[in-house]
Write a protein that binds this ligand. Sequence first.
Ligand SMILES: C[S@@+](CC[C@H](N)C(=O)[O-])C[C@H]1O[C@@H](n2cnc3c(N)ncnc32)[C@H](O)[C@@H]1O
Length: 337
Amino acid sequence: MGKKQKQQRKNNDMGIPLKEQIKPIFKERFLQMLGSEQEYQKFEDCILTPQRKSFRINSLRVEEPKQLAQQIKDKGIKISEVPWCKNAYFTEYDKEARSDLGNLYEHFTGRIYVQEATSMSPPELLEIPESIDNNFKVLDMCSSPGSKTTQIADLMKGEGILVANELDFKRLGPLKINLERAGYTNIVITNQDASRIQGEEIFDRICCDAPCSGSGVIRKSPKTIKTYNPKKLHQIQNLQISILQRGFELLKKGGIITYSTCSIDPEENELCVKRFLEENPTAILEQATLPGLILNNKLTKFYNTEIPKEITEKTIRIWPQDNDTNGFYVAKIRKSE
Ligand SMILES: C[S@@+](CC[C@H](N)C(=O)[O-])C[C@H]1O[C@@H](n2cnc3c(N)ncnc32)[C@H](O)[C@@H]1O
């Protein structure tokens, strides 16, 4: 099968254009959230186009990030800075450049990490101090394939202890390869159900990047359109809450936990955070802010359910059409002293 045919098969199902595979319930729900046919169309047009890739420069392996960025430009790849993450770049969408990024020498040698720009937001919100001691502990609860783990390790400058946990045994392989390639030696991998990790309040920071429906990553994984099923969201929410809850129990007083998903369904995001805050009076929702991120269409209501104003205002809902990215959600929570 030729390259072109393979691409067609990826985008189409039995020749049916992706647009026609959108289920009525998908449109109904997102139209409800976006409020008008015009806003919905912008969203739909965006998710039906392939996404631009992005990468982050590994500061452990690269002394002069700007020089490395120039080297990549010199290979003919058009890049522009990701405003909310230091030393991270978007590449302009180009079929050839897309596959090239993962084949670059810079990738094989761990000097760059190919990572969604939206996925760079939770580590940026963790407020990892510039200088940390060896007792500083960070837990990444659901870590494979390691995008956020390597980014957190970068922010920790290889100091302290970073625990990268992942439940799925098959996903430990890619995680291990990515961590080895990045070169950090302060990372320990564990293979546990994150909702049952044993221990006490020992972590200074926790990243809870929960398993989700993936409704925010249709541009990367178009088949999500076919499998979209809001009936499953309640069950997914229970899993997400149980992981976040356990993370919160393992967090030191005064520590920060981020909760994120690559979904844009309220049940997995605002409504999940709402339920968690109701059940945890010592959890303080903090203002999540990232420079240069455009945040339109904040959610205040979903059908008849009001979203508490605090959640609408303080958490980050990224619509794909606003920043030409994937969809993503992140909340920043502190445990009171
Ligand atoms: C959204 S992905 C994580 C992506 C990763 N944080 C990154 O940035 O590269 C969610 C991960 O959670 C894992 N997972 C699912 N259920 C889990 C559980 N109960 N405990 C720990 N990990 C789980 C999945 O196998 C998957 O690798």
